[in-house]
Design a protein around this ligand. Structure first.
Ligand SMILES: NC(=O)c1ccc[n+]([C@@H]2O[C@H](COP(=O)([O-])OP(=O)(O)OC[C@H]3O[C@@H](n4cnc5c(N)ncnc54)[C@H](OP(=O)(O)O)[C@@H]3O)[C@@H](O)[C@H]2O)c1
Length: 285
């Protein structure tokens, strides 16, 4: 089995790379943006003419939610056109495409976890561009999985978890909002969940939610990070119910991942427990 991973230098790409040696029976090709720009149709064609892939996992994306508000074209170029390019080529080569999407396709007005069937209605440019990526994939190529996930963090990259640890290290006090509720998701777990789909090779195509379990506000998440790393003091974390940002965010975006867990026979993991695993990774490395 040959598997192409695009966007390989992003946090999810790196997490997949880390566990790829647990799957010696698979042949992985990891390509970062420099080696394969998914906006470049010709580069994709040349690659697929040279090599046959059973699966393509597209982790490449324009992910800056704030900047996307002023860089709408760039966001859509990667998150819609890039996915379209991959979908067309995957169809030509009979390659199953696994596309990673987001809880930000929802408007957050629901007060119970979102299922795959709930209506989408993104409230920011990033969410709108990711939703268009889902739509073009569904229109073009039947053999696909769309995995919607939320609040990704890991030992890699500029995510909320690393930002909180950096601020504390620099002696800054943190003001963190309670305005949004979601589920922090360890990107290492998502990497496992994606590989689990490939291993099952079950052809149960479609949309799936995948996140860790439970729910939290950004404030809860920050507090848990500081508590678990033994750095919470009486003064270094302040709660706010308003934090000014360019992009609007869904107030509630917890995903109901039961479809994934039942169809792929996978254990769910509480977000607090999974956070401990990421902290241990950092300590052990
Ligand atoms: N992070 C989250 O909280 C979150 C939440 C829900 C869903 N997701 C989704 O999860 C997936 C993985 O996200 P992540 O956190 O791993 O993001 P990330 O760390 O920002 O990684 C994305 C990678 O894609 C690359 N990329 C951007 N444009 C590209 C292009 N045209 N061709 C090829 N590569 C390109 C980026 O390279 P450069 O660094 O060079 O730009 C980056 O290495 C994405 O689909 C994202 O939308 C993320």
């Amino acid at each position: 089995m040959k598997i192409l991973i695009t966007g390989a230098n992003g946090q999810l790409g790196k997490c997949i790379r880390d566990i790829s040696n647990h799957y010696p029976e698979y042949n992985f090709l990891f390509l970062g943006r420099k080696e394969l720009d998914i906006v470049n149709k010709e580069a994709i064609r040349v690659l697929f003419d040279k090599e046959e892939f059973d699966y393509c996992v597209n982790t490449a994306a324009y992910t800056n939610v704030e900047k996307a508000e002023s860089e709408k074209e760039k966001a859509f170029l990667v998150n819609e056109d890039g996915v379209k390019n991959l979908a067309k080529q995957c169809k030509k080569n009979n390659t199953t495409l696994i596309q990673v999407s987001t809880d930000y396709v929802f408007d957050g007005k629901k007060r119970a976890p979102y299922t795959e069937k709930d209506p989408t209605n993104p409230v920011n440019v990033y969410g709108a561009s990711k939703l268009e990526g889902e739509k073009v994939l569904q229109e073009i190529w039947r053999k696909h999985y769309i995995i919607r996930t939320s609040w990704l963090y890991s030992q890699y990259g500029q995510n909320f978890y690393n930002m909180i640890l950096r601020f504390v290290k620099e002696g800054k006090s943190l003001t963190v909002t309670t305005e949004q509720t979601g589920t922090p998701t360890n990107a290492n777990d998502l990497a496992e969940a994606i590989l689990n789909i490939i291993t099952s090779d079950s052809k149960r195509y479609g949309i799936y939610n995948y996140s860790n379990q439970g729910e939290a506000t950004w404030y809860d998440f920050a507090k848990e990070i500081l508590t678990q790393t033994g750095q919470l003091t009486q003064t270094n974390l302040v709660k706010t119910d308003y934090y000014r940002t360019f992009a609007q965010r869904p107030a509630f975006s917890v995903l109901d991942a039961r479809k994934y867990f039942s169809k792929f026979n996978y254990q769910s993991i509480e977000w607090q427990k999974s956070l401990k695993n990421v902290i241990n990774l950092k300590i052990n490395n």
